[in-house]
Design a protein around this ligand. Sequence first.
Ligand SMILES: Nc1ncnc2c1ncn2[C@@H]1O[C@H](COP(=O)(O)OP(=O)(O)OP(=O)(O)O)[C@@H](O)[C@H]1O
Length: 262
Amino acid sequence: MQITTERLSAGYPGHPVVQNVDLDVPSGQVVAVVGPNGCGKSTLLRTVARLHRPAEGRVRIGGEDVWQLSRRRAAHLIALLPQSPQAPEAVTVEGLVRYGRHPHQGLFRQWSREDEAAVRDALAATGTTALAGRRLDQLSGGQRQRCWLAMVLAQQTPVVLLDEPTSALDLGHAVEVLELVREVAAAGRTVMMVLHDLAGAARYADTIVAMHAGHVVAHGPAHEVVTAELVERLYGIEADILAAPGDGAPVVIPTARDRMPV
Ligand SMILES: Nc1ncnc2c1ncn2[C@@H]1O[C@H](COP(=O)(O)OP(=O)(O)OP(=O)(O)O)[C@@H](O)[C@H]1O
């Protein structure tokens, strides 16, 4: 399903953050939102997820204004992996992933084979099947992050929003998660993710959205967006941009500054 934002502004009382953002993410695409700490990436994602009301403008999912949807319908369409998710105490991994099926339950709809299969598939896809019986609070940060991702995937929503899904992961698991994101998109779901890893964003996203101080300052394919000028504007550093061997994806190499003598 397509995600659209129209002149979207959002923030907190007395603190405007996201300003006048127009985005259009077609079905089956992966968009990576990048930018410095505090520029408004999570606020944008939470607003798209309908957890935060826009100050102005609107968010549409498949053409429908998210605030015109019932909470239940929105939960069927949108799943969010927040930056610091909170779990019920002592929940097991399987218990957590089963929570992902809650929007599918109802008065007349009990736990089904379909729910069971969704949980099993999500555990398998994230490599967490062997952890299913373990308590979430007794896992490593990276293991926990993959379990949360399993919960989000188990929701089987057409729109998947991920806030820094690779932040706690080692290189191998980070690559696995980004490849999984591509598979999710290839299955027709639309993914919007916040990433600090520019190389990962360049290689795995169809479009990069670069934010600075609440504004989208560039968006498009990585080879157009990731430039030395953009890196300087976003992060205040000089960098060389190289083309990766193989696919030519842009790789950012910060220019070494003169070190202080020790
Ligand atoms: N609940 C809140 N109440 C008030 N201000 C907030 C709240 N959450 C975030 N902010 C402020 O909004 C601004 C944008 O925060 P946001 O979390 O969207 O940034 P971000 O780009 O995701 O940052 P990071 O890369 O550090 O995660 C920051 O100045 C932050 O302090």
